[in-house]
Design a binder for this molecule. Structure first.
Ligand code: NAP
Length: 250
C-alpha cells in the first residue's frame, strides 16, 4: 500500500512526528486549526483550517485518498479528537492518537485539581491574587468572571483585546525552561499558576518553576475523548503504520 497520512497537529509532538515521517519519505500532510498567525515551518506539506465537522473531515479523507490518520492534537482539543474518531469510523480509515501521559503531582508540588475550566474559574472566586493564567488564548473569556485578580498571560500572538481590567501580556513562543519561567514568575510577583494538565515536555517548564518557587498551581484536568488506539512516541506510530500494511522501506 502507498500510504497517505493525515496528521492532526498543533503540538510539539505533531511536529516531531512530521520530522519522523519526512525522514522516512512517507507522503503526509500536517493539519493546523489556524489558531496561530505564523505556524512553525514543517518538513511536510501543511494545510490550515477546520474541515467542517465530522462530515467535512470524512469528505476530506475520501477526496484526498488519506490512508491513515494520526491525531497528534493537544489533549484539550477534544472536539477535533472526537471528530477524528467519528470520521475515521465512517470512512474506515485507521486512526491512532499520539498522546502524552498527564503530569502527576510530586511531593513538593502544591496542586489543587479541578475537573475543567469552569471549575477553575469558580475556584478563583477569592480575594485578588497575581495569577499566571497559562491556559492559552481560547478560553480566556471565561476567566472574565473573576476580574479582581492581576493576570499574567503568555501568548504566541498579540491578542486583539482582553477581558481583564488588570492584565499583563508576554508575547513569546516556547520552548521555555524552568529557569525562564522562574524569572518570569518572580518578575511579575506571581502567587498562583493556572494550568491545563497538558502532559509532555513542551509546556512543562511553568510546572517545574512553580514547584521550585513553592507556588500553588490550579491544575485543570483533561476533557474526555472517545476511545481510540494510542501511541506515546513517533516510533510507536511508525510501528503501528508498519503493522497496518505500510511499507516503511519506500
Ligand atoms: N486546546 C488547547 O489547550 C491547545 C493547546 C495547544 C495547542 N492546541 C492546538 O490548537 C488547535 C485547536 O485546539 P482547540 O482546543 O481549539 O480544538 P477543538 O476545540 O478540539 O477543535 C475545534 C475545531 O477546530 C478545528 N480544528 C482543531 N484542531 C484542528 C486541526 N489540527 N486541524 C484542522 N482543524 C482543527 C476543527 O474544526 P472543524 O470541526 O471545522 O473541522 C474542530 O472541530 C489544535 O490543533 C490543537 O492541537 C490546542
Amino acid at each position: 500500500m502507498i500510504p497517505h497520512l493525515l496528521i492532526l497537529g498543533g503540538t510539539t509532538e505533531a511536529s516531531a512526528l512530521a520530522r519522523t515521517v519526512a525522514d522516512a519519505g512517507l507522503r503526509a500532510v500536517l493539519s493546523y486549526a489556524g489558531r496561530v498567525d505564523k505556524p512553525r515551518a514543517q518538513p511536510i506539506p501543511v494545510r490550515v483550517g477546520g474541515f467542517g465537522g465530522v462530515d467535512g473531515l470524512a469528505h476530506y479523507l475520501r477526496a484526498e485518498g488519506v490512508t491513515h490518520v494520526v491525531d497528534a492534537t493537544h489533549p484539550f482539543a477534544a472536539q477535533m479528537s472526537a471528530n477524528a474518531v467519528a470520521a475515521c469510523a465512517a470512512t474506515d480509515v485507521p486512526l491512532i492518537a499520539l498522546t502524552r501521559a498527564p503530569w502527576q503531582a510530586g511531593p513538593q508540588d502544591r496542586w489543587t485539581l479541578v475537573p475543567d475550566i469552569a471549575a477553575a474559574v469558580a475556584s478563583l472566586a477569592r480575594p485578588p491574587r497575581r495569577v499566571f493564567l497559562a491556559v492559552g488564548r481560547m478560553h480566556l473569556a471565561m476567566f472574565a468572571a473573576q476580574p479582581q485578580h492581576r493576570y499574567l498571560l503568555r501568548l504566541v500572538d498579540q491578542p486583539d483585546g482582553l477581558p481583564f481590567p488588570d492584565c499583563q501580556v508576554v508575547v513569546d513562543r516556547g520552548p521555555f525552561t524552568a529557569e525562564d519561567d522562574k524569572d518570569l514568575m518572580k518578575n511579575h510577583d506571581i502567587d498562583l499558576v493556572v494550568s491545563k494538565n497538558a502532559g509532555g515536555t513542551g509546556a512543562r517548564s511553568k510546572i517545574d518553576a512553580a514547584r521550585e518557587l513553592g507556588l500553588p498551581v490550579l491544575m485543570i484536568d483533561r476533557p474526555a475523548i472517545p476511545p481510540r488506539d494510542e501511541a506515546q512516541t513517533p516510533a510507536q506510530v511508525m510501528n503501528w503504520l508498519a503493522h497496518s500494511g505500510v511499507n516503511l522501506g519506500v
